[in-house]
Design a binder for this molecule. Structure first.
Ligand SMILES: *Cc1c(COP(=O)(O)O)cnc(C)c1O
Length: 367
């Protein structure tokens, strides 16, 4: 018998999540475009609220984040009792996996789905199952074909990170309709605010009318509060009750709650961020294509850039070249996309810098 402590089965098969790089060579201006952070930053009102909360750091927070839930509920017309806030939506995804998955169960997601689903599934001792995608988009038929009697959770990022593609609401409903009632469908709508398509829905209506669907959202992307760790979940009463039983009693902190409320109320800042992204997503995508690079059509605040053989250039070389110039993109090996880099839409200056640098890279200029 071994004398050293050993973790539950599955834990050691987890590859720990590797965040986007954030370092440029000394003396070069950094453009961090590797983590889908917003170039506009948070609402100034959120920053003010955060600072004001510094006066009461000795007091325990309201872990149930009631005021923040009320602000979110007011904004989206929801019942605050059916919301839960978490330290980022990542925490909520872990809670869900820990509550609904165990050894012998299967957690299902698509081929290039968000990496946290695999980590959450393995950490719960369950088995990850992957369904093939079509055109880097979730394939509902393949997802349904991968469901077995052991399936307990299905994760769908819509839009998906890192592909930027999305499923129209009709397809999401078809996926749900094909799942047995004992399978929990998790709609991860981290980028919902950015989507400008009239056949898209984050899924509120499906949660409201089902017993086995939850939607997770985040303040890390459009609201620019990634550093504060704020996510929320909307779900059926029974699932909210279950998650509240395992939620850390003080998983939310006061400054985050205060900043989150202010961010939720600042519609002007949110609209500005949506418009900035829509403008530069289109412009940057067109610019990349004009350089001969492949671009997966995205509805999020990032694009997947492919380096086709015709260019004679490889993604890792492009990454190294851009890094030399202080421009940090995300490598995609961990997502099974070694010929692509993911680029977050940044400020005007950053987007133009990427296009100019890639043009020189493709022309064979030295970094
Ligand atoms: C960024 C992201 C999240 C949000 O994570 P937080 O923990 O809320 O910062 C969730 N899902 C996807 C697909 C993401 O890309």
């Amino acid at each position: 018998m071994s004398l050293a402590p050993s973790p539950r089965p599955g834990i050691l098969s987890i590859d720990a999540y590797v965040p986007g790089k954030s370092k440029a060579p000394a003396g070069v201006k950094l453009h961090k475009l590797s983590s889908n952070e917003t170039p506009l930053g948070p609402s100034p009102r959120a920053i003010e609220a955060y600072k004001a909360a510094a006066g009461a750091l000795e007091l325990y927070p309201d872990g149930a984040a009631e005021k923040l839930r009320i602000a979110i509920a007011g904004r989206y017309g929801l019942d605050p009792a059916r919301l839960i806030c978490g330290a980022g939506s990542d925490e909520l995804l872990s809670y869900l996996a820990n509550a609904y998955l165990g050894p012998g169960d299967e957690g299902l997601y698509s081929e290039h789905g968000f990496l946290v689903y695999k980590i959450a599934t393995l950490a719960a001792g369950a088995t990850p199952v992957i369904a093939k995608e079509k055109n880097l988009t979730t394939d509902v038929d393949a997802m349904l074909a991968a469901v077995t009697p052991k399936t307990r959770m299905v994760f769908l990022a819509n839009p998906n990170n890192p592909t930027g593609t999305y499923l129209p609401f009709e397809e999401v409903k078809r996926l749900h309709a094909g799942l047995p009632g004992n399978v929990l469908l998790v709609l991860d709508a981290a980028y919902a605010e950015y989507v400008r398509r009239n056949d898209y829905s984050a899924g509120i209506e499906l949660v409201a009318t089902s017993e086995n669907v939850v939607m997770t959202r985040t303040f890390s992307k459009i609201h620019g509060l990634a550093n504060l760790r704020i996510g929320w979940m909307y779900g059926p009463a029974a699932i909210v009750d279950v998650v509240n039983r395992i939620r850390g009693p003080f998983n939310m902190n006061g400054p985050a709650i205060a900043a989150g409320i202010a961010a939720m109320e600042d519609r002007e800042h949110e609209d500005k961020s949506v418009l900035h992204n829509a403008h530069w997503l289109a412009k940057t995508s067109a610019g990349l294509k004009a350089l001969g690079l492949g671009v997966t059509p995205s509805v999020g605040n990032f694009v997947l850039v492919h380096f086709p053989d015709e260019t004679g250039k490889r993604a890792p070389d492009a990454d190294a070249f851009l890094t030399q110039r202080g421009i940090i993109l995300r490598r995609m090996e961990a997502y099974g996309l070694p010929h692509a880099l993911r680029l977050t839409i940044g400020s005007e200056e950053a987007n133009l810098a990427v296009l100019a640098a890639l043009q020189e890279f493709l022309a064979g200029k030295p970094a």
